[in-house]
Design a protein around this ligand. Structure first.
Ligand code: ADP
Ligand code: MG
Length: 258
């Protein structure tokens, strides 16, 4: 198997406007490569194109130019082959937790009883045991995001792409979810592409961090995070990490207009 799980080659993308001059260019010949098992974050300010990148990789949008490769192959039909977790949990309010989590399995044609069995086996680990017959409106924000992540895991893909999954959570739940996500990643050996506007979150979680620092995005600034694993949130106080954080914030400021 190819070492590269995801590759963007000279990818360009714009949104159409009513007139030509209203075209909104988001990416211009952008390159990016992510290896098997890496935890990568992409940081950019609001409106810089993070969710657009998410939609391009998952196949909800197609690039105007360039190629997107999954596991070394150019793939135009990416829908369904990348596990993803969107910004909002997108749980179906009329389905129980069990039925929500089983959805990707049912879509693959797995019988309901078998799908439920697979979900039941994961409930404990996802901190959802006893909640399987409850409905999304009865769960806390952190629980909903764990259901959403369970669904991503059950999709079975080796690449998971998460678009600001914790941005709606309160600070304490968010920290707990970050630590929990790292445990999950270390155990499952998947590749994660994590999209966020939070520099601290990116540094805590990732092997490498890429920054969107211009519009349209032409190149990504890359930093390697100099921390061992397993990590602790206190590691963010390491002087090298603080320096990196300042550097990243400076990169982001290039574009942010208050
Ligand atoms: P982010 O996720 O980083 O906040 P987005 O990728 O959602 O940014 O948006 C990037 C830019 O593209 C923004 O200026 C946004 O207004 C614009 N945009 C997003 N979706 C559409 C769309 N469907 N049609 C036109 N413009 C869009
Ligand atoms: Mg977004």
């Amino acid at each position: 198997m190819s070492r590269s799980v995801l590759q963007l080659r000279e990818v360009s993308f714009h949104y159409e406007g009513e007139r030509d001059e209203e075209k909104l260019s988001i990416f211009h010949t952008l390159n990016l490569s992510i290896n098997n098992g890496e935890f990568i974050s992409i940081v950019g300010p609001s409106g810089s194109g993070k969710s657009t990148l998410f939609r391009l990789i998952t196949g909800l949008e197609q690039p105007a130019g360039g190629d997107i490769l999954l596991n070394g192959e150019i793939r135009k039909d990416r829908l369904g082959s990348v596990g993803y977790m969107p910004q909002q949990d997108l749980l179906m309010p009329w389905r129980s937790i069990l039925d929500n989590a089983a959805l990707p399995l049912e879509l693959k044609g797995i019988k309901k009883a078998m799908a439920h069995k697979q979900v039941m086996e994961l409930l404990e680990e996802f901190g959802l045991k006893g909640s399987e017959y409850r409905y999304p409106s009865e769960l806390s924000g952190g629980m909903k995001q764990r259901v959403s992540f369970m669904r991503t895991v059950l999709s079975g893909s080796n690449l998971m792409i998460l678009d600001e999954p914790f941005s709606a959570l309160d600070a304490i739940t968010r920290m707990a979810m970050q630590e929990w996500l790292l445990e999950q990643w270390e155990k499952r050996k998947k590749t994660i592409l994590f999209i966020t506007h939070d520099v601290n979150e990116a540094l805590f979680l990732s092997d490498r961090v890429f920054v969107f620092s211009e519009i349209p995005v032409r190149t990504l600034q890359e930093v390697k995070v100099p921390l061992e694993r397993p990590r602790n949130l206190r590691d963010l106080n390491n002087p090298d990490v603080i320096k990196l954080k300042d550097h990243l914030i400076d990169q982001l400021r290039v574009k942010v207009k208050p």
